[in-house]
Design a protein around this ligand. Sequence first.
Ligand code: GDP
Ligand code: IMO
Ligand code: MG
Length: 422
Amino acid sequence: MVDLLLGLQWGDEGKGKIVDVLTQSYDIIARFQGGPNAGHTLEFEGHKHVLHTIPSGIFHPTATNLIGNGVVIDPIIFKKELEGLSGFGIDFSQKLLISKKAHLILPTHRLLDAASEAAKGKAKIGSTLKGIGPTYMDKTGRNGIRVGDILAANWKERYQSLVEKHIRLLDNYKSVVDYDLKELETEFFESLESLKMCRIIDSENYLHEALRAKKKILAEGAQGSLLDIDFGTYPFVTSSTTTAAGACTGLGIAPNTIQEVLGIFKAYTTRVGSGPFPTELFDADGKRMGKVGHEFGATTGRARRCGWLDLVALKYAIRINGVTQLMMMKGDVLSGFKTIKVCTAYETSEGIVSHLPFDLADPNIKAVWKDIEGWDEDLTQMTAVEELPKTFLNYIAFLEKELETPIKIVSVGPDRKQTIFK
Ligand code: GDP
Ligand code: IMO
Ligand code: MG
């Protein structure tokens, strides 16, 4: 059976931490979409790691980690990730599998990402500039290069014809992107060897066999539901299906193999990059969340925008994904706020609505707030539900009722150990 874990907001909910914590209960951890736009942070035994392409179960001694067909891989970043893990005695040839059908991010995809963003000017998406959009465009445009292709002798011809197409496109952006392709290509071709250090497989068949053998699989999402290409705050989204359906297309598993859908959210909300964010704070409260929560992008280092929890958006994400269990992260960051606010509806030009409007960027949309009593206690050393302050438990009970879904895990700090099972 497969359980599915995904972020319910605009990313950075703490997926990496929870996958690491839960890996002991699974045989296989499988990433199903996104690429090195992701930054998944794990902390344990005084170490801090940020993973971009590699699934977050990699530190577990026995679990197998799989990069699925829905993922896009930049071999240059992948090589650096492997090097960063070199002191940990991980046998990648055994523990890390890569789908032959995963698409490759070429150096020119990154250049096209930069060109597209520069051309948009103020309307830019705020992309991570990792080449994600252009790579998925070539995938759906049926021009992409897949990991399995590099095993064939003649693949460089296909590479060359794609790169020539990219260069023609880049010629339109000469004033905004300057590049030395030779240098970029040397690094790219060298780094392909790092992919070959892992097993490159027909991953859907591998997963089917694993399911027949009753193995337990955890599908790891990247980004968050509000960055989904269809259901997110388009066009300020990423280019993949970050919601539950993406696990089926990104791994080749059938919907009826999915059992639990674990939805992760922060006790407040953050967003990095452009796009609408109705509960965003521009005041001292927002600054305090950013400071206490160390809200800086794990991939780009950009400051994350912060705001209160948005229940309208969260309910929408729960429904789209069929979430069966919730996990609330970073409750510790809200300690000391006298009042916690949550958004329960939006005020719009059409009146008060409790669904996500088509255009969330409409400046007439305002959050409708509910005040909840805060708590003063430091939660970071607490290890059991019984220790948690009553006002914090009230916040959780309120959310469970509103969201009609149980909160099974409460995280009170970045470390593996700062995790309370309810
Ligand atoms: P991901 O992309 O969903 O894996 O999340 P990120 O790693 O990008 O961002 C989450 C950040 O919050 C990381 O710096 C984590 O170490 C940190 N974090 C995770 N859970 C908690 C928590 O419960 N409390 C605090 N204070 N930090 C947390
Ligand atoms: P994890 O997995 C937060 C955002 C970017 C930008 C938009 C499009 O760590 O939660 P892209 O590079 O994908 O074309 O950028 O999506 N974004 C993320 N924000 N966490 C992420 O990943 C993100 N991946 C992309 O900031 O607004
Ligand atoms: Mg992240």
